[in-house]
Write a protein that binds this ligand. Structure first.
Ligand code: NI
Length: 136
């Protein structure tokens, strides 16, 4: 692996962010404002808590949303890990070298300040998201 992957968040598919939030807020997580990303057909809320992994709740905006399929087959569930990388094109190339298929991207994610994201899948690993680090 050439590119360094720094853990960023766990993505959780949910049907209704407001309902799924309740449990995490009761555990002390701070929710971000909810942001719609029409490009990915999802609505997103980040949850943060000191010394705990960052979580991302993802709700489908419509039945065509990729996350709608996840919910239909698996219900509310964690379904991707996201890693931050310095150079997303380089990291995508590196993962493709490890037999990952590029599912989506790199495209700007409006819920993440238009940082570029990409999704890759490999059958022994599952779904991985990459997000490009902000450059100074
Ligand atoms: Ni994510």
């Amino acid at each position: 692996m050439d590119a360094q992957l720094d853990f960023h968040h766990i993505g959780i598919a949910c049907r209704d962010i407001a309902k799924t939030l309740v449990f995490y807020v009761s555990m002390g997580y701070e929710p971000s404002p909810v942001v719609d990303d029409p490009l990915q057909r999802v609505r997103i809320c980040f949850l943060e808590k000191a010394d705990a992994p960052r979580l991302e709740l993802i709700e489908p905006l419509d039945g065509q949303s990729p996350v709608a399929r996840t919910l239909a087959t698996a219900g509310v569930t964690p379904y991707h890990l996201c890693y931050e990388v310095q150079d997303i094109e380089e990291a995508v190339a590196s993962l493709r070298g490890q037999r990952f298929l590029l599912v989506n991207g790199p495209i700007p994610a409006c819920a993440m300040n238009d940082r570029k994201v990409a999704f890759l899948f490999q059958k022994n690993t599952g779904l991985i998201e990459l997000v490009e680090a902000t450059r100074e």
